[in-house]
Design a protein around this ligand. Structure first.
Ligand SMILES: [Zn+2]
Length: 253
């Protein structure tokens, strides 16, 4: 618990420390007082790119063969459909490099947004926390991986108010920061149309006090309408396009 409290405080205090903890399967109890700290995020952080398209990673040794296979499946999508190359470490990380560390967590799923610059002379891990339920779904592992590559949630886009309405009456006040939009001065949509199917979109009842009612509704001709949104199958073409643009992949290939 202390570790996450500390992470949360650092995320709130640090200019670079935007950190998301997900609420898949409602594993974060909306009545948990500490959850506010766990889920805080700062929206002022500029997007930070990894310095190379070759990204090293490691999977915690206490993961089951199925969980290891799910991480491999998740990352194969990026290796096959973008110019990124995730490469599993079999020994120590090369000096001066940061690597992604997929590790188990009892309940939390989450990671930091974007690349965390290394201290001078430093090296180290970029942790992705995955509960057993999150570890069981390659689409969720991909969601977290897209965060660390630099993507925010789709419903946080600067232009989201043209596409969705947030029903704050059904969201505990301490979770309102989860529904803030990012600024167009720090994030870009790469002109990708708003994507309700994005693997980065919250479901319609995320963080709901009453999960039978939506917290996010779609604007259809200016009228708020309930509809399905988000999914955990995997990245959409729009999600992948953003990554290809961010990392300057050859878009004609
Ligand atoms: Zn997320």
């Amino acid at each position: 618990m202390f570790q996450f409290l500390l992470l949360g405080l650092l995320a709130g205090a640090g200019a670079w420390g935007t950190e998301y903890f997900e609420n898949y399967y409602n594993e974060i109890d909306v009545d948990d007082e500490q959850a506010e700290v766990k889920t805080r995020n700062a929206m002022s952080s500029p997007r930070q790119l990894w310095p190379s398209t070759r990204i090293y990673y490691r999977i915690a040794s206490d993961c089951s063969p199925e969980e290891v296979a799910n991480v491999h499946t998740a990352l194969a999508t990026f290796n096959e459909q973008s110019c990124l190359q995730f490469e599993e470490l079999t020994g120590p990380a090369p000096p001066g490099s940061r690597y992604v560390y997929y590790k188990k967590s009892e309940k939390l799923c989450g990671t930091r947004i974007g690349y965390n610059p290394l201290p001078v002379f430093g090296s180290g891990s970029h942790d992705v926390l995955l509960s057993p339920k999150c570890m069981a779904v390659p689409g969720i592992i991909q969601h977290e991986t897209l965060h660390l590559l630099g993507l925010y949630h789709e419903q946080s886009r600067p232009d989201r108010d043209d596409h969705v309405v947030i029903d704050y009456d059904n969201i505990p006040r301490k979770y309102w920061p989860q529904f803030m939009a990012t600024s167009s001065s720090t994030t870009t949509t790469y002109d990708v149309p708003y994507d309700f199917e994005s693997v980065m979109h919250y479901p319609k009842n995320a963080f709901a006090t009453d999960p039978s009612k939506p917290t996010i509704r779609a604007l259809v001709d200016g009228v708020p309408m309930e509809r399905e949104m988000g999914q955990t199958v995997g990245p959409t073409e729009g999600d992948l396009f953003k990554i290809r643009k961010m990392y300057k992949c050859d878009l004609t290939a």
